[in-house]
Write a protein that binds this ligand. Structure first.
Ligand code: FAD
Length: 324
């Protein structure tokens, strides 16, 4: 079967990999210039940041076996420092999240997507604007024809594309929250027994703070620090279009309250604006994709906003097309 997959995030790559391994001819279309989607990595000067997913906590789901047994695990890092909590002023040395295996890759989270993409036909820089369903069957997009399609783009985009061919399926339960990720490279040495702190936004707008070079050594030069500051959904919603400088200024005030003084002059600063960062609620893969569908929708918006769920949804999409 010839299958087109739209989106080269973890869901799209999982679907494409499973389909290709079982004899399908697969083409993956990705609008960005690289694979990974929200499993992203950005290098700015001498600092390396993961502005989207910061780590993988598979809790025994399929992606863990794939990472450990199928993919090259040379650069796979098991993070050995915990996550603590904060209340906006102090860090609590109690465990913020239950201890469980937490992974990342040495060069960044995007490595996972790059490893999944090995051997696949991925066309990057190809945004799918329209899809058609010719009367003689199948689908066409970007001047190519396919017997089946897998859409792994965010649900709003999936519904936009499906409506073009009269497909009225709705992922109405999927609601994504926004997130401003502030990336800061600092000329300051900083040592903590934890690699990240987390708080509920009701307590503080600083939701998640990751010290990238403690998470994975080597992410910043010696004597420097690479921070990812994820601001909570309320702050991110109201300040989404604010200037970079004002967001960085707010983030630095929050960081200094939690970590102490000395973070006021970043060497590098950058903001990644995720309008649809992670879903707060999902629509359910099975309710969206009845048996026999030749156009299958997958992605974290159907299974849960985590890498391991995105992966599972891609595999489910492939199995719906070719059987278990
Ligand atoms: C700030 C943040 C923090 C997170 N933290 C974690 C974490 O710590 N751990 C964890 O497990 N998960 C985390 N997540 C969630 C995780 O990143 C996602 O659940 C997962 O990466 C989603 O994968 P996906 O394939 O479903 O979607 P995506 O990664 O969004 O992939 C969809 C792809 O489709 C492409 N695309 C969109 N429209 C088109 C089009 N029209 N044509 C072609 N291509 C298109 C996009 O460019 C993208 O590459 C986080 C996410 C964010 C944003």
């Amino acid at each position: 079967m010839r299958v087109g997959v739209v989106g080269a995030g973890i869901a799209g790559l999982a679907a494409a990999r499973h389909l290709a391994a079982n004899g399908s001819e697969v083409v993956v279309f990705e609008s960005a210039t690289h694979v990974g989607g929200r499993c992203a990595t950005l290098t700015l000067g001498a600092y390396t940041f993961d502005p989207g997913a910061t780590s993988i906590v598979p809790r025994g789901r399929e992606i863990e076996r794939v990472m450990l047994e199928e993919l090259d695990s040379t650069d796979l890092v098991k993070i050995d420092t915990p996550v603590y909590t904060h209340d906006g002023r102090r860090v609590f040395h109690g465990a913020g999240l239950p201890p469980t295996a937490r992974y990342c890759y040495k060069q960044g989270m995007r490595t996972l997507a790059e490893l999944l993409a090995i051997g696949l036909h991925v066309e990057t820089g190809k945004r799918v604007e329209t899809i058609e369903a010719p009367s003689d069957g199948g689908f066409s997009l970007l001047e190519q024809t396919f017997e089946a399609l897998v859409l792994t783009v965010p649900m709003t985009e999936a519904m936009r594309l499906m409506s073009q061919i009269g497909d009225v399926r709705r992922a109405n339960n999927t609601r994504y929250r926004p997130c401003l990720s502030v990336l800061l490279g600092l000329d300051k040495d900083f040592h903590t027994p934890y690699h990240a702190v987390v708080a509920e936004e009701s307590v503080h707008p600083l939701h998640w703070l990751s010290i990238e070079n403690i998470k994975v050594p080597g992410r910043a030069p010696a004597g420097h620090t690479a921070l990812v500051v994820q601001l909570g959904p309320k702050y991110s919603k109201w300040n989404f279009d604010a200037s970079d400088d004002s967001i960085v200024e707010d983030a630095l005030v929050d960081v200094e309250r939690v970590l102490g003084p000395g973070f006021d002059r970043p060497v590098v600063q950058h903001i990644v604006r995720w309008r649809e960062s992670q879903p707060d609620s999902v629509s359910g893969f099975e309710s969206m994709n009845p048996p026999g569908s030749k156009l299958v929708v997958a992605g974290d918006g159907l299974e849960g906003g985590r890498i391991e769920h995105a992966y599972d949804s891609g595999i489910k999409a492939a199995k719906l097309l070719i059987g278990p």
